[in-house]
Ligand binder design. Structure first.
Ligand code: NAD
Length: 484
């Protein structure tokens, strides 16, 4: 049995309260996770503040960058251990963890090491009317101690997407991974020690959110800024906590993303792309498509081709090399998704594919399995069309013209991402510009250049991550004005 301890000031420590960690693919016990209380959170915050005042605070940029490269290399050396950790915690296919989660986890350290080395700040020469002259130089300093609150869907990828830039900018971090997925962050703590990251710079406290570790951390006065990825309702709670003491926040929250498929698209590419955007990671991707709008002349063909392709998805446990889809994160989440599957029928959907739980072999039958599901025929006001489900499912609706589909796509409280499928490049730009989202993919989905802005509009978040945009959050920009 494994033990997932906190990592505070360079040491692994247990605490008095603990909970179970189970693999959602077979419900087997992986180990015990300790829950950090006030004492552990306090110690971690003190350690991080001390690290900022210690050698870490004075480390040269070159030394910091070299350390981050070392961390990335060490993740790659321990690649298969990270794959195992991620697959056991989430139930996702190891092939997916090998292809997406772990390589991106390592890349997130290198990209921000490169960004911080290469991004200039501004300088202005000032000449006043009375002849006074000055030079203004902008200078970046670390923000301080950053609380990193992560979700369970892409644990290593999303945690390092914050830890990478935070450390590159010279901050200290306290990470609270999701209670569902403690393993890869605990392994990352080992890597930090192996690479010589000074004690207190990278800390991990395990536990739950409300009335537990997450709340203790985000309301702690020793935290200078909070970066969060998770549900919009949690983002609101964190925003309230951050308002005390005016701490800065970065929020990456939920979505109800659309795909707009025009009759002039390359149909096979649109079907293949929508297959990924609906079903990757069992639909548990913040950018996943749950609303598909297809121009009427190709509606029937698109629906039948997507259903035909989705029908071939093999659902299976992490080690099954033929499986392209794993389990959901937990039995609790399975019940939530199944609740929406039932609601879709109550709301009048035509179930094109799926809608239930697949038959699985006896030894894994108690896993959080779910069928890939496609609906048509729901009204625009249906809850299934408006609420984030976070499962492998989508509703497909026909449309007749550009203005109509833009209005439909924008008719949501969320604003994270959208994909547009068309071979007409003028239309691609015209439509993309009108979509109320943070990211539009044209003839692709989740194609990520890590230098580009990532984040959501409306209730999908506040702020942008990626490239220089992450530096804006993780540094304080100071102007130094020198009168000449
Ligand atoms: P969640 O909001 O339930 O939990 C996320 C994290 O917040 C966990 O570590 C949890 O313990 C912690 N938390 C919960 N309540 C808290 C509180 N009151 N104070 C402090 N911490 C608290 O989200 P989840 O279920 O883990 O993840 C799924 C959600 O994340 C979906 O809504 C999905 O869209 C969203 N998500 C968004 C992005 C993005 O980039 N926009 C990426 C991935 C996931």
């Amino acid at each position: 049995m494994k033990e997932f301890k906190h990592f505070i000031n360079g040491q692994f420590v247990a605490s008095s309260s603990s909970f179970e960690n189970r693999c959602p693919a077979d419900n087997k016990l992986i180990g015990t996770v300790y829950e950090a209380g006030k004492a552990e959170v306090d110690t971690a915050v003190k350690a991080a503040n001390a690290a900022m005042k210690g050698p870490w605070g004075k480390l040269s940029l070159n030394a910091r960058v070299a350390l981050l490269y070392k961390v990335a290399d060490r993740i790659n050396e321990r690649f298969e251990e990270f794959v195992d950790a991620e697959a056991q915690d989430t139930g996702k296919p190891k092939s997916l963890a090998r292809h997406v989660d772990v390589p991106r986890g390592a890349a997130n350290f290198k990209i921000f090491a490169d960004v911080i080395k290469n991004v200039p700040t501004e300088a202005f020469r000032f000449e006043g009317p009375d002849g006074v002259q000055a030079t203004n130089i902008a200078h970046r300093t670390p923000k301080g101690v950053i609380a990193v609150i992560s979700p369970w869907n892409l644990p290593l990828l999303l945690t390092t997407w914050k830890v990478g830039p935070a450390l590159a900018c010279g901050n200290a971090v306290i990470v609270k991974p999701s209670e569902e997925t403690p393993a890869s962050t605990t392994l990352l703590a080992e890597v930090m020690n192996e690479c010589g990251v000074p004690p207190g710079v990278f800390n991990v406290v395990h536990g739950f959110g409300p009335a537990s570790t997450g709340e203790l951390l985000t309301s702690h006065p020793g935290i200078d800024a909070i970066t969060f990825t998770g549900e919009t309702a949690t983002g609101e709670a964190i925003m309230k906590a951050a308002s005390v003491g005016l701490r800065d926040i970065s929020l990456e929250c939920g979505g109800k993303n659309s795909a707009l498929v025009f009759a002039d698209c390359d149909l096979d590419k649109a079907v293949a792309g929508t297959m990924r955007s609906v079903f990757l990671n069992c639909g548990q991707v913040c950018l996943a498509t749950e609303r598909v709008y297809v121009e009427r002349p190709i509606f029937d063909e698109f629906v039948s081709k997507l259903a035909e392709a989705a029908n071939k998805i093999k659902v299976g446990p992490p080690d099954d090399t033929e499986a392209s889809m794993g389990s959901l994160i937990s039995q609790e989440h399975q019940q939530k998704v199944l609740g929406y599957y039932e609601l879709a029928v109550e709301e009048g959907a035509t179930v094109v594919l799926g809608g239930g739980v697949p038959d699985m072999p006896d030894d894994i039958n108690s896993g959080a399995w779910i069928e890939p599901t496609i609906w048509t025929g729901l009204a625009d006001g249906a809850r299934v069309v408006n609420e984030e489900i976070f499962g492998p499912c989508c509703h497909i609706r026909p449309f007749d013209n550009e203005d109509e589909v833009i209005a439909l796509a924008n008719d949501t409280a969320y604003g994270l991402g959208a994909s547009v499928w068309t071979e007409n490049s003028s239309r691609a730009i015209r439509v993309s510009e009108q979509l109320e989202v943070g990211m539009v993919w044209v003839n692709c989905w989740f194609l990520r250049d890590l230098r580009t802005p990532f984040g959501g509009a409306k209730q999908s978040g506040i702020g942008r991550e990626g490239g220089v945009h992450s530096l804006e959050f993780y540094t304080e920009l100071k102007n130094i004005c020198i009168q000449l």
